[in-house]
Write a protein that binds this ligand. Structure first.
Ligand code: HEC
Length: 313
């Protein structure tokens, strides 16, 4: 590929050649480091929100478990006279999460036990969630779904897990209204949340974590780091150009002028050695050559002078 550009490169001045070379390195550097950085930042952000979601869904399951094993047995007797939703795992999980959401850091997080036929209508699955529940129903091996979802409040990362009627005790309240506690019927009616079967998947437990802020912050980090990389490359190109001009191009131009002058017979023109690098060595070599040339000329002059005297005698 380089040979293709060689004729063009040959006609370019040194400064331009270096600038082109550096620009190519710059472009490749920015592309490769940009892709690598974006991949790494994205993976980090992905891991960060995933671990947040996993922690929260784990916590909610602990709340459900606690309610089921420690709260409900204590209050079962009371249910005959008065219904206490506090004994319901779904209710306590939801309430605990709502209380967490009063903290500003979590106000954009959502927890829902999206159900096709819910007891409390606030748990009804919307179209998107219904799709998730149906997938869990049709693909029984599927234990978790993860993905992004756009809502009016922004983009959310969600983790969804199937909720199964895991215990026959669930059927006390979710099979038919006649076996459910009366107090519960009074509160929730008989229309919703019944007809569930043992081991049936009835809902998806979905936790949604806001992704916008995370992706905004990785965009900012990306721009900042790429800005610094671009700045360093631009500074390198400027410095190389500056040094090249000062220590190579200008002295070479000056030398070329002196060579020109000497070749025209100006013996007073001098090569100055301004540095101790290769250019300085070249200047010194030229000075020596000029001196030898001058001596050779003098000798030639003398000889031809003598010859002319000889011939005149
Ligand atoms: C004492 C009665 C009772 C028992 C036992 C019970 N639930 Fe419920 N369940 C309810 C009530 C009442 C609600 C509505 C709570 C609310 O207002 O949020 C509910 C809500 C739910 C929800 C949320 C969706 C909806 O219907 O609103 C799920 C999921 C759920 N229950 C699953 C279960 C499972 C699984 C079990 C067994 C481990 C179980 N329930 C046992 C009474 C019960």
């Amino acid at each position: 590929m380089l040979s293709y550009f060689e004729p063009t490169l040959k006609n370019l001045k040194l400064g331009k050649k270096f600038t082109i070379l550096l620009l190519i390195v710059f472009a490749l550097g920015v592309i490769f480091s940009g892709v690598a950085l974006a991949t790494a930042l994205n993976r980090n952000a992905q891991n960060e929100i995933t671990s947040k979601a996993l922690m929260l869904i784990g916590t909610m399951n602990s709340v459900r478990h606690y309610t089921n094993t420690q709260v409900k047995p204590e209050l079962t007797d009371k249910l005959q006279t008065e219904f206490l939703p506090q004994v319901v795992p779904a209710y306590s999980a939801r309430e605990v999460f709502e209380s967490l959401r009063t903290d500003k850091a979590f106000s954009d997080f959502f927890y829902k036990e999206a159900t096709l036929n819910p007891t409390n209508l606030r748990d009804r699955a919307d179209d998107f969630e219904t799709g998730i529940v149906n997938r869990f129903i049709s693909e029984t091996n599927l234990k978790e779904l993860r993905g992004f979802r756009s809502l009016p409040g922004g983009d959310f990362f969600y983790i969804a897990r199937p909720l199964t009627v895991s215990d026959s005790s669930c059927l006390e309240c979710h099979s038919t209204p006649d076996v459910a506690p009366k107090s519960m019927i009074e509160r929730y009616g008989t229309a919703n949340g019944f007809g569930w079967k043992l081991n049936q998947i009835i809902a998806a437990q979905i936790i949604s974590v806001p992704a916008n802020s995370v992706f905004k912050s990785i965009r900012q980090s990306f721009l900042l780091i790429m800005g610094i990389v671009a700045g360093i490359f631009a500074a390198a190109i400027l410095m190389v150009n500056f040094w090249l001009k000062r220590y190579v191009i200008r002295p070479l131009n000056r030398m070329a002028q002196v060579v020109e002058a000497v070749s025209m017979g100006d013996t007073d023109a001098d090569f100055e050695r301004a540095s101790n690098d290769e250019v300085g060595i070249l200047a010194e070599a030229f000075t020596r050559m000029k001196t030898s040339l001058a001596m050779a000329m003098k000798m030639l002059d003398k000889r031809s002078g003598r010859r002319s005297i000889d011939s005149s005698q």
